[in-house]
Design a protein around this ligand. Structure first.
Ligand SMILES: Cc1cc2nc3c(=O)[nH]c(=O)nc-3n(C[C@H](O)[C@H](O)[C@H](O)COP(=O)(O)O)c2cc1C
Length: 213
């Protein structure tokens, strides 16, 4: 099918200021994305996580950003999943956000590491009980006989933890991605988009370049 007619104009017009601090810029853009998404009940914290396996083959999937600060970006997953196996073999990963209400993309690249166990446990404890039971029951990314097997595992977990807290499974937890590079893309009219690319230099200082669109 030819889908070449799927095109539109991008209308952003407020990307003239160059900030020396990409995390501050990320914070400003994320805040605006949350506001814009609020009206449409979208997921402004959805991001595509790119990993590369031991053979050098890339793969991507959406995960949810659960926190960010000066250190980097945190998401949670299963440590036995395909993405986690990739990250154990090669900790370098990418995150890509696309906020279509704002015509903005943010790309992040860096090294990942597991979050401290205490952080994973605290976040797990804050999740709805049904999500906790699902995390206990699911061997993420590994084959299932059928859906009934998954539902049976949830019921077994429900019974096992009846009347007490669901503990954070050993194989479930967070990753922190420490950024080495960040790029901000603002769609503008006539395909003359703005791109601002930041890279950490050897001394740990962010350097910014404006790139051709
Ligand atoms: C909107 C959305 C949010 C998601 N959030 C997460 C998440 O935070 N953590 C996670 O492990 N998987 C999340 N997933 C599922 C992943 O995309 C993926 O299917 C799963 O993690 C297995 O990926 P893997 O086999 O590459 O490890 C989300 C999917 C979507 C569509």
């Amino acid at each position: 099918m030819d889908v070449s007619g799927l095109r539109r104009e991008y209308r952003g017009d407020n990307f003239d200021a160059v900030d020396n601090d990409p995390m501050a810029l990320f914070g400003a853009w994320f805040g605006e994305a949350v506001q814009a998404a609020h009206a449409k009940s979208r997921d402004p914290n959805a991001m595509s996580l790119g990993t590369v396996d031991a053979q050098g083959r890339p793969s991507g999937r959406i995960v949810l950003l659960k926190g960010y600060d000066r250190q980097g970006f945190v998401f949670y997953t299963n440590y036995g999943s395909r993405k986690a196996r990739d990250l154990e073999a090669n900790p370098w990963a990418s995150l890509t956000f696309w906020w279509d209400e704002l015509d903005r993309q943010v790309r992040v690249e860096g090294r990942t590491e597991r979050t401290d166990r205490a952080i994973s446990e605290a976040y797990f404890a804050s999740r709805p009980r049904e999500s906790q039971l699902a995390a206990v029951a699911s061997s993420q990314s590994r084959p299932l006989a059928d859906r009934a097997a998954l539902l049976a595992a949830v019921e077994a977990a429900r019974k096992k933890y009846e009347g007490r807290d669901v503990p954070c499974p050993e194989e479930w937890g967070g990753y922190l991605l420490r950024p080495h590079a960040m790029e901000f893309w603002q769609g503008r009219s006539n395909r003359l988009h703005d791109r601002l690319a930041y890279r950490l230099d050897e001394t740990g200082v962010w350097k910014a370049d404006r790139l051709g669109p």
